[in-house]
Design a protein around this ligand. Structure first.
Ligand code: HEM
Length: 433
C-alpha cells in the first residue's frame, strides 16, 4: 500500500511499470471486458485517444445544456415532507445523463429504466466479487447470485441491442456510440472490433454513473450535517439561479461555492477510494524491491485524510479550497480523479454535472435526515451512502431583485488540485505518460 503523495504519483505516472492487471482486474473482465478502464498499458493510448474527444471541455459544455433538464425530471416527484431515497434518485440521474451521452436517445424509457435497475444490482455485487477470491461461491445459485447474473446478462443484451439498432439505422448521431461505430468502419490500424464497442460502452456506464451519484449523495448528506455550509450554498444558488429555471452552461462559472462543496466532498469521501496496479517488471519503490507481478495499492481516501496534507482532515470544510487557503495543499495529495495517463476521462464532465445538479437541488429543496438517522458507510467498490433517505422541505424562492450575498466567493476562485474546473479544464491527459 503506497501511502505518500509523492510515491503514489510515481506509481500513477509510470503506467508502463505499474500497469492495470492482476487478480482484481481478471475478476472485472467478465463485466467490463478490455475497455479503456481495464486494458493494459500497450493498448491504452489508442483507446484513450479514441474516446477523449467526447469528453473534452467543448463537448462537456454542449452536454451541460441538457443536464439541467435531467435533474429537474428526477426531482419532479419530490413533495414537501416526502421521504426520498436520495441515493437511488442520484443514481437514476447520473445513469440517465451518462446513457444520454453514450447512446443519445437510442434507449426507450422502459429499457433505460431497466438498465438503471441492472446497474444498481451489479454495483451492489461487484465489490465482493472482486475481493473474495473464491469463484465457486458466486456460482452457487443463491437468490443474490441469480439476481446478479440476470442483471449482468440483461445489461450486455441491452447494450448489444442499442449497437445493433444503430447499425441497422441511418442515423449518424454524434454521441459516443456514433464515435465508436465510426471507428469500426476505419481502415487499417485504427479500426476497432464490435466487441470493443460493447466493452467501451459498458465501461463508461459503470465508471460514470455510480461515482458521480455517490459524490452528489455525499454532498447532500454533508450539507444536512453542516447547516452553516448549507446556508452559504443556499445564498449562492439563490443569487445565481432563478427559481424554476433550469441551470445551464451560463450559470456554471458563477457556482463557485457549489464547486467548493463538491471539491471538499470529493476530498472527504472520494467515491473511488481504493485502486490497484500490478508491476510489469522487477522494480524499486521507496527502498523496497518489488518483484514482477506484485500488487500495489493506492487510496485517494488515505491521502485525503493525511493531516500532513490536510489539517483537521476529518472536518468537512469547503473553505479549505478558497484560493488563498488551497495554496497550502500539496498538489499531489488531492487525487479524487487519480493522475497520469489513467486519470479519469470524465472528470470535467462529472464536475459539471454534479455542480449543476447540486445547485438545482439546493435552489429548490432543503434535505433533512430522518430523525435518529445513523448511516455507517460500508466501503465497497466505491465509497458513499448507498441507502440515504431524506425528507424534502421546499425552499422559499428569492424575491426578484435581491442582490447576491456578501459572502459568496468570487468566480476568480481556482480549481482545487486534482479537480478539473469545468470552466477551464482541458480534460486531455493522454500524453502524461
Ligand atoms: C465524481 C465522479 C467520478 C470520480 C470520483 C471518478 C474517479 C475516477 C478515478 C479515481 C479513476 C482512476 C482509477 C484508477 O486509477 O484505476 C477513474 C478512471 C476512469 N473514469 Fe472516472 N470518476 C468519476 C466520474 C466519471 C465519469 C462521469 C466518467 C465517464 C462518463 C468516468 C469514466 C472513467 C474512465 C473511463 C476511467 C478509466 C480511465 C483510463 O484508464 O484511461 N468517470 N475515475
Amino acid at each position: 500500500m503506497v501511502c505518500h503523495p509523492e510515491l503514489v504519483h510515481r506509481v500513477l505516472m509510470d503506467s508502463r511499470t505499474f500497469d492495470k492487471g492482476g487478480p482484481l482486474y481478471d475478476r472485472l473482465r467478465p463485466l467490463l471486458g478490455d475497455g479503456v478502464g481495464t486494458c493494459r498499458h500497450q493498448e491504452h493510448r489508442r483507446q484513450r485517444r479514441l474516446l477523449q474527444p467526447d469528453f473534452r471541455t467543448a463537448r462537456v459544455a454542449d452536454h451541460t445544456a441538457w443536464m439541467g433538464e435531467e435533474v429537474e425530471s428526477v426531482c419532479r416527484e419530490w413533495r414537501a415532507g416526502r421521504q426520498v431515497d436520495v441515493s437511488a434518485t442520484m443514481l437514476a440521474l447520473t445513469t440517465r445523463v451518462v446513457s444520454r451521452v453514450l447512446f443519445c436517445d437510442s434507449l426507450d424509457a422502459t429499457t433505460a429504466a431497466e438498465m438503471r435497475g441492472c446497474l444498481a444490482t451489479i454495483v451492489r455485487g461487484l465489490f465482493v466479487r472482486t475481493v473474495v477470491p473464491v469463484d465457486a461461491l458466486f456460482r452457487v445459485p443463491t437468490p443474490a447470485n441469480r439476481r446478479y447474473r440476470r442483471a449482468e446478462d440483461r445489461l450486455h443484451a441491452i447494450v448489444d441491442a442499442a449497437i445493433a439498432e444503430r447499425r441497422g439505422g441511418t442515423s449518424d448521431r454524434t454521441d459516443v456510440l456514433g464515435t465508436l461505430l465510426a471507428a469500426t468502419r476505419d481502415q487499417g490500424a485504427t479500426a476497432i472490433t464490435e466487441q470493443e464497442v460493447h466493452d467501451q460502452l459498458i465501461t463508461l456506464l459503470f465508471a460514470g454513473a455510480e461515482t458521480t451519484a455517490l459524490c452528489l449523495t455525499s454532498a447532500l448528506d454533508m450539507l444536512a450535517r453542516h447547516p452553516e455550509e448549507e446556508r452559504r450554498l443556499h445564498a449562492e444558488v439563490d443569487a445565481v439561479l432563478d427559481a424554476g429555471r433550469l441551470p445551464g452552461p451560463h450559470e456554471l462559472p458563477r457556482l463557485v461555492r457549489t464547486r467548493l462543496v463538491l471539491t471538499e466532498t470529493l476530498r472527504h469521501r472520494p467515491p473511488g477510494w481504493l485502486f490497484t496496479r500490478v508491476t510489469t517488471k522487477e522494480t524499486e519503490l521507496a527502498g523496497h524491491r518489488l518483484p514482477r507481478g506484485a500488487t500495489v495499492l493506492y487510496s485517494p481516501y488515505l491521502l485525503h485524510h493525511d493531516p500532513a496534507s490536510f489539517p483537521d482532515p476529518d472536518r468537512f470544510r469547503p473553505d479549505r479550497w478558497l484560493p488563498g487557503q488551497a495554496v497550502g495543499v500539496p498538489h499531489k495529495a488531492m487525487i479524487p480523479f487519480a493522475a497520469g495517463s489513467r486519470k479519469c476521462i470524465g472528470d470535467t464532465f462529472a464536475m459539471a454535472e454534479a455542480t449543476l445538479a447540486l445547485a438545482f437541488v439546493a435552489r429548490n429543496w432543503r434535505l433533512r435526515h430522518l430523525p435518529g438517522h445513523v448511516e455507517r458507510l460500508r466501503p465497497a467498490a466505491t465509497l458513499g451512502p448507498r441507502s440515504l433517505v431524506m425528507v424534502c422541505e421546499p425552499r422559499a424562492p428569492r424575491p426578484t431583485g435581491t442582490p447576491p450575498p456578501a459572502d459568496s466567493p468570487k468566480s476568480r476562485a481556482v480549481a482545487a488540485p486534482g479537480v478539473h474546473d469545468p470552466r477551464t479544464a482541458g480534460g486531455d491527459c493522454v500524453d502524461d505518460a
